[in-house]
Write a protein that binds this ligand. Structure first.
Ligand SMILES: [Zn+2]
Length: 178
């Protein structure tokens, strides 16, 4: 299942990507008026068979009635509630241990990175600038991933452990903190 999410759903887009879903965010569109952007979202959803996720009731209605595309009106500002709404609506089974297959920033595909790619990356340059021993740091994680599109390097560090924790506690059993 593929999604296209409006500008109000940036965090939801990142989460869906982390969970493995191909999700385009309207935040990646530039140089369009609001009206042109709405029309572009509708046409792109239809062309690519994407489900349009939106918090805009009018856009939702237009998608439904004029374009006949699959669309969900997201009714809550809390990203975990939003994820559970999407999960329930489409009977999705979110993976308990998500694989690193999609870039949370840009929706590009991730591939295993070589050590030389990791060493040459901006992320490692940033750590080096902070005085981190990067040769030692790199040995801490078994796998590194590189985004085919934006080039960002990812590894399963603390951020990834937080994601797993959230996935286990709030997305599988449906318990969302208020
Ligand atoms: Zn990327």
């Amino acid at each position: 299942m593929k999604f296209l999410a409006d500008r109000m759903l940036g965090r939801l887009s990142s989460w869906l990507r982390i969970l493995g879903y191909d999700t385009i965010s309207a935040n990646s569109f530039v140089g369009m008026s609001n009206a042109a952007e709405d029309t572009f979202m509708l046409e792109l959803s239809r062309l690519e068979g994407r489900t349009l996720l939106t918090r805009d009731a009018q856009l939702h209605m237009r998608a439904n009635e004029k374009y006949g595309i699959s669309t969900l009106l997201v009714d809550d500002g809390n990203v975990l509630h939003q994820l559970n709404q999407v999960r329930e609506q489409y009977s999705l089974v979110f993976p308990e241990q998500p694989e690193a297959i999609r870039c949370s920033i840009c929706n590009g595909a991730l591939h295993l990175a070589s050590i030389s790619e990791v060493l040459r990356s901006q992320e490692i340059a940033n750590l080096r600038a902070k005085g981190v021993n990067c040769e030692k740091f790199i040995q801490k994680h078994a796998d590194y991933y590189k985004c085919d599109r934006c080039g960002k390097i990812f590894w399963k560090g603390q951020h990834w452990r937080n994601i797993l924790e959230t996935t286990r506690h709030h997305l599988h059993c449906g318990q969302v903190p208020h």
